[in-house]
Design a protein around this ligand. Structure first.
Ligand SMILES: C[S@@+](CC[C@H](N)C(=O)[O-])C[C@H]1O[C@@H](n2cnc3c(N)ncnc32)[C@H](O)[C@@H]1O
Length: 261
């Protein structure tokens, strides 16, 4: 089976056409060892992409995102329009009611940083109106439509930010920043490349990292999931970082950590 042909076929699907080619290629290489049939391999790749990307967002939401962005120029209340954008993504929708409290907690704990890197950002940069400070903001994601929209957003609101369309598992981020946000991302690293979280954390050039985990699954059914994540990730986190604070808000547990030795 030609792996590049497989990748191209996945990239022609409506649901996954905006995803980084690198991500699909690497998932394809890993899944290829398990399947002999092309049809089953493509199905397995799409299943994996659904777990790490598709489950959170629909293509209709991409179109709505641009409609909302166009309205920002006229809209008086930036928070109002950003709330509508944030509600398009499952992860950010849940945070709308507590973003202010969350950022107040984070910045009163670590101080106001000069730079932030938002790793696998999804729609999170649209919560910048609740940060309410000018901070150099770098955002990474594999979805090119979201990345283009975030860059347009930075331009419209004249914010010192840059969004980059990059797979951060196979191409590590090298930026030197004060703080990294890695919200709901460590479990995704393990889904894409098992055992890689260790190296991912080690390579980050940051003074602080704020990571988060869902307390329940999207369906709300798997309540034991968080304990599984805690058991799995806490030992890896303490190897590289020192725990500063735990924050529970909504359906999410946030850990603020400082770079250790
Ligand atoms: C659960 S969502 C979390 C989004 C955001 N961090 C938040 O909590 O609001 C996972 C995000 O990870 C992105 N993603 C998945 N794999 C990635 C990779 N290898 N590199 C960069 N981003 C990735 C997806 O596109 C999606 O936006």
């Amino acid at each position: 089976m030609d792996i590049y042909e497989i990748v191209t076929e996945v990239l022609t699907s409506r649901k996954y056409k905006d995803i980084c080619r690198d991500t699909i290629l690497e998932i394809a290489k890993r899944e290829q060892t398990k399947y002999r049939s092309k049809k089953l391999l493509i199905k397995a790749i799409k299943n994996k992409l659904h777990q790490v990307y598709g489950a959170f967002l629909s293509k209709k939401d991409h179109a709505r995102l641009y409609e909302y962005l166009d309205r920002i120029k006229e809209e008086e209340d930036l928070r109002e329009i950003c709330s509508q954008i944030l509600s398009l993504h499952i992860s950010t929708k849940e945070r709308i009611s507590f973003y202010q409290e969350l950022y107040d907690e984070i910045f009163s704990t670590i101080g106001v940083p000069e730079s932030i890197i938002d790793i696998a950002c999804g729609f999170n940069p649209f919560s910048i109106p609740w940060i309410n400070k000018l901070i150099n903001y770098l955002a990474y994601d594999i979805d090119s439509v979201i990345i283009d929209a975030i860059n347009r957003f930075f331009q419209i609101i004249k914010y010192p930010g840059l969004a980059i369309n990059q797979d951060v598992i196979y191409n590590s981020v090298k930026d030197n920043t004060d703080v990294a946000f890695a919200f709901k991302f460590l479990p995704i690293i393990e889904q894409i490349k098992r055992g890689h979280t260790q190296e991912f954390l080690k390579n980050l050039n940051v003074k602080f990292i704020v990571v988060s985990f869902p307390l329940r699954s999207i369906s709300g059914r798997k309540k034991g999931m968080f304990y599984h994540y805690q058991e799995m990730f806490k030992p890896i986190l303490v190897e590289h970082f020192i725990f500063v604070k735990e924050i529970v808000m909504g359906n999410e547990m946030f850990y603020i950590l400082r770079r250790g030795n």
